[in-house]
Design a protein around this ligand. Structure first.
Ligand code: IMP
Ligand code: MG
Length: 174
């Protein structure tokens, strides 16, 4: 597998779009203090950039969820919420790197609902709508993309490429 020569989404495009998302979310949550709940590890850059562009106060928490080995979803989702955080009565913005089959987001949403959250909105940097197996839609979407396997800006292939500042397509070697 190798990286596309050019990014699919450049650093500049990420910065611009994330700024616009932060504006929109800040307006929608103007008089509340939502929890930005990032899904590790893929959303770590996104949460950081989104949080710094927000205009309303937020709290930042992370959870872990894993479903993938290689480039294919296993269909099994494990959600790990630190027991030290309470989301009861809170407005939660679930921040994801990418929506693919929708299994992860839907499992996390169910888990959060069982914690007594006041509201849950999904904010995803990337969406691959053509891959959906479980019906999930995001309240906030950065970019809708075609069915490519992408890496960079937090997204990995077997733990590689998360450090890249832009999003690239991972292609089979010719
Ligand atoms: P879902 O449960 O199928 O929606 O998958 C969501 C998770 O799969 C994401 O949080 C990613 O960790 C991983 N994933 C899905 N598509 C890609 C991709 O194109 N590149 C890297 N990871 C991906
Ligand atoms: Mg992954």
């Amino acid at each position: 597998m190798k990286l596309s020569n050019e990014p699919l989404i450049t650093e500049e495009a990420l910065r611009e779009r994330i700024g616009a998302l932060a504006e929109e979310i800040s307006r929608d949550y103007a008089n509340r203090k939502p929890v930005l709940l990032g899904v590790l590890k893929g959303a770590f850059h996104f949460v950081s950039d989104l949080a710094r562009a927000m205009r309303c106060p937020v709290e930042i928490e992370f959870i872990r969820a894993a479903s993938y080995a290689g480039t294919e979803s296993t269909g099994q989702v494990r959600v790990e919420l630190p027991i030290s955080i309470s989301l009861r009565g809170r407005d939660v913005i679930l921040v994801e790197d990418i929506l693919d089959t929708g299994r992860t987001a839907s499992a996390i949403r169910a888990h959060l609902q069982s914690q007594g959250t006041a509201s849950i909105a999904l904010c995803t940097l990337l969406d691959k709508p053509s891959r959906r197996v479980v019906p999930v839609t995001a309240a906030y979407t950065g970019f809708s993309i075609d069915d490519h396997f992408v890496v960079g800006y937090g997204l990995d292939y077997n733990e590689r490429y998360r450090e890249l500042a832009a999003v690239y397509i991972l292609q089979p070697e010719a």
